[in-house]
Write a protein that binds this ligand. Sequence first.
Ligand code: ATP
Length: 127
Amino acid sequence: MRSDGSALNLRRWWRSTGFAWAGILYSYNSQANFRIEVWAGVLALIAAAFLRAPLAPIALACALVLSLELVNTAVEAVVDLASPELHPLAKVAKDAAAGAVLVASAGALVVAAVVLLPPLWKVAGGG
Ligand SMILES: Nc1ncnc2c1ncn2[C@@H]1O[C@H](COP(=O)(O)OP(=O)(O)OP(=O)(O)O)[C@@H](O)[C@H]1O
């Protein structure tokens, strides 16, 4: 039986978290869309807190969009590495990954409208 198992796993987990954080930082620094989505999410969360609207649906929608944007960045990097020349399948991979972000963003807009508009309407004196 290994006595140092848990300490080793914790160190490995910490190392993996560092790699994941590096991926997030790379996306933030290289992808304008990711930066826009991060700050749109922060604004939506601040608005939800200010309006005393539920935070969980907004947080989940933001997490979905940002996660898919990270996957999109990964797909773009792998496609550029594997297929620097134009190829129809490279186009399918990049366009489908971008489509996933678009679908999640549309869903996030619907969530934001459903969660934020009613309390905003009240604050504005409409109800
Ligand atoms: N190797 C490739 N073969 C075929 N089509 C490609 C290839 N690389 C990119 N494309 C296509 O060209 C168009 C533009 O792609 P490009 O990667 O320049 O921009 P993008 O997908 O908007 O990503 P970025 O965030 O880097 O601007 C997309 O339709 C994409 O699918």
